[in-house]
Design a protein around this ligand. Structure first.
Ligand code: CP
Length: 307
């Protein structure tokens, strides 16, 4: 992965995921390794973020790298009309790698085509979120002790949820059975379902979610993405479609974990937070270790034992 951009989960192989997850385990054991002292990481966020930006910045800082960037494009020269190409060409003079979130699908691919330094896609519209996918794989492997042969339920906005798109594609490498729960108008895009079918894997679609809970290993909750709706009335209709309450987990399998890329709005009630099955805040912590692994892999820095 040295010097390569990560735009889509399609850009990397199953072997790549596993190398990153194994490396992330080393960082979890010892996150404070000053091995990126000579590097600068730019974080360009054209769309709001808490976890992705701050976990990348935490990952880079703990490795000794300097971090530059913006959290609001309105404070940059984009506000004056500068193009994405000019912004990327300029920032690439100042940084060794660029982490970028942008509301437009395809923007990260475009940036990677014009940039002389690697681009890491931190989310492009409703398309892809490959680094979230890697931390989700890490979280599943850590809690289930395996990635193969699991029943995974995706609940909520499967149309616009980019984390679901990336993770569903990655999980087709692991003989997953998919349980897809969404309102009819927010179903998983056909392109992702086609991909599942091509791998001869099973998926089941539902509009209700209580019946799914007892049969799955992972309950991957997502928020309904109000910012992607063109019609606010449509959002109002589906915004309370799925709300997980603690009581609903009584019949869950012992090993079940509740995951959520966060932020949550109302789709998991706070009484779930104290249930040992709730894993979403630990999942967000795992993001630091996975992003440490990814930065070192892309910057081509070897992680030596004891370094
Ligand atoms: N999971 C995730 O992408 O969260 P943020 O939007 O806070 O970065």
């Amino acid at each position: 992965m040295k010097n390569k951009s990560l735009v889509s989960i399609h850009d990397i192989t199953k072997d790549d995921y596993e190398r990153i997850l194994n490396l992330a385990e080393k960082f979890e054991a010892n996150p404070k390794r000053k091995i990126l002292n000579d590097f600068v990481v730019a974080t360009l966020f054209f769309e709001p973020s808490t976890r992705t930006r701050l976990s990348f910045e935490s990952a880079a800082s703990r490795l000794g790298a300097k971090v530059i960037g913006f959290t609001d494009a309105a404070t940059s020269s984009v506000k004056k009309g500068e193009s994405l190409k000019d912004t990327i060409l300029t920032v690439s003079n100042y940084a060794d790698v660029i982490v970028m979130r942008h509301p437009k699908e395809g923007s990260a691919r475009y940036a990677s085509e014009v940039s002389p330094v690697p681009i890491i896609n931190a989310g492009d519209g409703s398309n892809q979120h490959p680094t979230q996918c890697l931390l989700d794989l890490y979280s599943i492997r850590k809690t289930q002790k395996k990635l193969d042969n699991l029943n995974i339920a995706f609940i909520g906005d499967l149309k616009y949820g980019r984390t679901v798109h990336s993770l569903a594609i990655a999980l087709t490498n692991y003989n997953t059975t998919f349980h897809l729960v969404s309102p009819v108008e927010l179903k998983l895009p056909s392109a992702v379902k086609r991909y599942i079918k091509e791998k001869n894997l099973k998926y089941h679609q539902y509009t209700e979610f209580e019946e799914v809970i007892p049969n799955v290993d992972i309950l991957y909750m997502t928020r309904i993405q109000h910012e992607r709706f063109s019609d606010p009335v449509e959002y109002e209709r589906v915004k309370n479609a799925y709300i997980l309450k603690n009581k609903m987990l009584d019949k869950a399998k012992k090993n079940l974990k509740v995951m959520h890329p966060l932020p949550r709005i109302n789709e998991i009630t706070e009484d779930v937070d104290d249930n040992p099955k709730a894993y979403y805040f630990s999942q967000a912590l795992n993001g630091v270790f996975v992003r440490q692994a990814l930065l070192t892999a892309i910057l081509g820095v070897e992680v030596k034992t004891g370094s």
